[in-house]
Design a protein around this ligand. Structure first.
Ligand code: ATP
Ligand code: MG
Length: 404
């Protein structure tokens, strides 16, 4: 069963039990725009308890039950589907989460959603769209428009500012002027949103091929200086800004590559630690972004230095990423990048030949162990990589000479 078939199944079961049930939100938007939805959400007038009765306790999880969301488990290898009872949100006193929710009907459930294109329902059995917010029109006009009063909607939940920029950039839509103006006036409040949520949005925006558009919109809306207040050089020096955006435009790489480009002046001055904390990056992301930042320049000039200086970099996991960053620096990839890419295509025994000697060999040669071992082995390895020696014999005599 495909995810789509399962999503139809869930709606059918609820409808057969006498409830109203519809696909809701992002999946309706994607489907109407001709994209394949990533996942399907179902909205219903059944209460969470009734949803559990329809599907059985064993096939449901009450993870989000406080907002009226029940997770319905699919058949093997099919993602679960979230079934949410139509709701209206109570007040928002923390600028992010509703204080309470009340169950209601489809129309009110549409009104609590963020943007018109995200506020539609679809009945997969009758193929009918239920559009209470003008979503279809805005989807056709490629507009991100807040549902209701943009100031109030953004004031309720500041995360919506980043969602607007993300949807506008990834779909190549325009943020409707009043929604944009509300974002500008609330931009300073973006840091009320948790680092995790900001990080998740930044990961999606910078991970997308439309990242340059996202970054332009973040700057235009005033969000960028709030997200990275140290990034003065972006805002005050156009000689830095335009080249940076051009690099993001050329980049063929992932989030880590884009973050290394965007945050370059920040990482140079303050290190990666600050952004790691702020966006709650994973340790792996932190390591990669840092490695890319420290090494792409060396790869960019690889043809000018000894192979033994480049090879240890190219065999690292993030070499491809650092090369993507180096390649984004100019319209044409540098000689260094071309050189590295050719070498990366080498068979692995040529790219990363087995060392001629190891510590055990030094012991057998009667060389006294100590910190010099690493130096000797390093020098022998470099000579091997640079083609100065190519046999174990030569390696041994070199080691002896170095130890003498
Ligand atoms: P994506 O393709 O990124 O998953 P999506 O629109 O499906 O986009 P989700 O975060 O999965 O986004 O949320 C599903 C739906 O829930 C949205 O389409 C929207 O109707 C509603 N929604 C999500 N987040 C918010 C929010 N912060 N404020 C109001 N409504 C929201
Ligand atoms: Mg979604």
């Amino acid at each position: 069963m495909s995810p789509r078939e399962f999503a139809i199944e869930v709606v059918k079961k609820l409808q057969l039990a006498g409830y109203q049930a519809l696909w809701a939100g992002g999946c309706v938007r994607d489907q109407l725009a001709g994209r394949i939805p990533k996942d399907y959400d179902v909205a219903t007038n059944a209460t969470p308890e009734q949803v559990r009765e329809v599907f059985g306790r064993k096939r449901t999880l009450p993870i989000g039950v406080s907002f009226g969301v029940i997770t319905v488990l699919g058949p093997q290898r099919v993602e679960p589907i979230e079934v949410a009872t139509f709701r209206r949100d109570g007040g928002y006193s923390d600028g992010r989460h509703p204080d309470s929710v009340e169950f209601t009907d489809a129309r009110e459930d549409a009104l609590r959603r963020d943007f018109t294109i995200n506020g539609m329902f679809f009945d997969p059995l009758t193929k009918q769209v239920h559009d209470y917010v003008g979503g279809r029109e805005d989807l056709a006009a490629r507009k991100i428009r807040a549902i209701g009063n943009p100031h109030l909607r953004i004031d309720e939940d500041k995360l919506r500012m980043l969602r607007a920029v993300r949807f506008a950039s990834t779909f190549e839509f325009e943020i409707e002027p009043q929604t944009m103006s509300a974002i500008r006036s609330h931009a300073a409040e973006i840091n009320l949103v948790s680092g995790e949520r900001i990080g998740t949005e930044m990961r999606k925006m910078l991970g997308s091929p439309h990242r340059a558009v996202a970054v332009r919109l973040l700057r235009k809306s005033g969000l960028l200086t709030e997200l990275v207040p140290e990034g003065r050089s972006w805002n005050e020096q156009s000689q830095h800004w335009e080249p940076m955006v051009a690099k993001l435009e050329r980049l063929e790489g992932d989030f880590e590559c884009a973050a290394a480009i965007l945050l370059e002046p920040i990482i140079e001055r303050f290190g990666i630690g600050m952004m790691f904390e702020r966006w709650k990056l994973s340790n792996q992301e932190r390591k990669s972004i840092n490695w890319i930042s420290q090494n792409w320049r060396k790869l960019d000039r690889a043809e000018q230095v000894a192979w033994s200086q480049i090879q240890p970099l190219l065999v690292q996991a993030d070499a491809e990423r650092a090369l993507a960053v180096a390649a984004s620096q100019a319209a044409e990839p540098s000689r260094g990048v071309v050189f590295c890419r050719k070498r990366l295509a080498w068979p692995s025994d040529l790219l990363d030949p087995r060392p001629l000697l190891d510590g055990g060999d030094l012991i057998k040669l009667g060389i006294k162990s100590g910190p010099r071992y690493a130096q000797i082995l390093g020098a022998v390895r470099n000579a091997q990589l640079d083609g100065e020696i190519d046999s174990v014999e030569q390696a041994r005599s070199m080691a002896k000479k170095l130890s003498g």
